[in-house]
Design a binder for this molecule. Structure first.
Ligand code: HAM
Length: 420
């Protein structure tokens, strides 16, 4: 029975005392996305399972091991969204968003669900800020998408992250890379884990992001995808790097980054912070030029990234970055004596209607306890309304930081003008 007040494993509460941190970071993300030309998209928390199986890929860890899938009352297989890209593409196709012209640039802030083994920075429900840029094949779009995240880090004051980029090619050059990988892993077949043995036939690239330490070590010596890029992919990668360089965005090339989702083509990237332990990837993304077609649309290029909000906040905490505190209570009105009770109730309501953060006690406390409560609320001003104030129609307002007292009329307008 006690379990009823315990949250499920891998989930988090955002407490009232902490929600300002989320609101702050979400505000910065929304503003940055808007400055870069993205509009918000909202989508359902669950989708048909097939969307993720087809979109994310049936050889990925996410689909094979981590999805929260159930059968609804109508017998349909439903999955809680493990990531946002497939949902955005589904909505883009279902709502013919291409009809208004390309590119379509949208962002989302939404919870995702993956049944991973929870640890610091890895949760079963986590929030992502993500952007998707649909309809541009050009390296300028790659550079622009990466630049948005670099600008976000800058605006949040996050320092010392590393951006790693790679290109994993296209359907033109990928088969040669796959053949080389397959040959290499075949030679070490006996050492691979069971899941990777299966991947060896279906999609050898997935072995590169296996979490098993042995497979990881074997993958370390595997062929590099950069050696197999076709000339178009090479040119795309070179141009992307040139544009990042021109914008002053530092990066390193890491041929080991292949990303854990099947839809990627060409550019892939990750931002990593060394300040938050093992779950160090704060942002990951890349191009997915085949995804829209895979999900039934016309061939249309696309790209984007997503960043975990919890991990971003962990980095900010580790770096001692302050979150701006929300505005506290502006004025606390204490009622003393039965006659003050109703007028104070009305005054607080009138002040709130005027947009003033006004508070009063509603728990029947004595005056001393009311003033303690005002302190706890961080009230900037307070006033004790007693019977004679009501008859005189004047209020004595105390500035809580200096202790000085001044008078004004006992009306909401006059008090507002005095305390704002
Ligand atoms: P992802 O790499 O799976 O990519 O996730 C992106 C980010 O979400 C990670 O870098 C991390 O910050 C956060 N994240 C992932 N899993 C967890 C977890 N279990 N707990 C906490 N945070 C987590 C995607 O999801 C792609 N849809 C990104 C994308 C968008 N690519 C193109 N467009």
């Amino acid at each position: 029975m006690a379990d009823i007040i315990l949250k499920p494993k891998g989930t988090n509460d955002v407490l009232p005392s902490d929600s300002y941190r989320w609101q702050y970071i979400e505000g910065v993300l929304r503003k940055a996305a808007s400055d870069f030309g993205y509009s918000e998209i909202r989508f359902p928390t669950f989708e048909h399972t097939e969307l993720f199986v087809r979109g994310v890929g049936d050889t990925t860890d996410v689909v094979q091991k981590e999805m929260f899938t159930f059968t609804d009352r109508g017998g349909r297989s439903i999955t809680l969204r493990p990531e946002g890209t497939a949902s955005v593409v589904r909505s883009y196709l279902e709502n013919s968003l291409y009809g208004a012209g390309l590119p379509v640039k949208c962002f989302y802030i939404a919870p995702n669900f993956r049944g991973e083994q929870p640890q610091a920075g890895r949760y079963r429900e986590f929030y992502q800020f993500g952007v998707e840029y649909l309809g541009s094949p050009c390296p300028s779009a790659d550079a622009e998408v990466i630049a948005l995240y670099a600008a976000i880090l800058d605006r949040l004051g996050i320092k010392g992250t590393q951006l790693s980029i790679n290109s994993i090619g296209c359907p033109e050059c990928r088969p040669k890379f796959h053949a080389a990988l397959r040959a290499y892993f075949e030679s070490r077949r006996d050492e691979l884990c069971r899941t990777c043995l299966d991947r060896l036939d279906k999609n050898p690239m997935r072995i590169l992001d296996c979490k098993s330490p042995v497979c990881k070590e074997i993958a370390g010596d595997s062929p590099s995808c950069l050696d197999y890029l076709c000339s178009d992919c090479l040119e795309h990668f070179e141009k992307t790097k040139e544009m990042l360089g021109a914008m002053g965005i530092d990066f390193t090339i890491d041929p080991e980054i292949v990303r854990g989702l099947d839809y990627y083509t060409r550019t892939v990237f990750e931002f990593v912070s060394t300040d938050i332990g093992a779950q160090s990837a704060i942002c990951g993304g890349g191009r997915y030029d085949g995804l829209i077609e895979t999900l039934g649309g016309q061939p249309t290029p696309g790209l984007g990234f997503a960043s975990g909000l919890e991990r971003m906040m962990m980095v900010m905490d580790a770096q001692g970055i302050e979150f701006p505190k929300p505005e506290g209570c502006r004025i606390f009105l204490a009622a003393l004596g039965g006659a003050a009770e109703v007028p104070v109730q009305k005054l607080v309501y009138d002040l709130r209607k005027l947009g003033v953060k006004a508070e009063r006690d509603t728990t029947g406390r004595g005056l001393k306890a009311q003033m303690k409560y005002a302190d706890r609320l961080g009230a900037a001003y307070s006033a004790v309304i007693v019977d004679n104030e009501l008859s005189e129609g004047r209020a004595r307002i105390k500035d809580m930081s200096t202790g000085s007292v001044f008078e004004c009329l006992l009306t909401a307008e006059d008090i507002r003008n005095a305390v704002i």
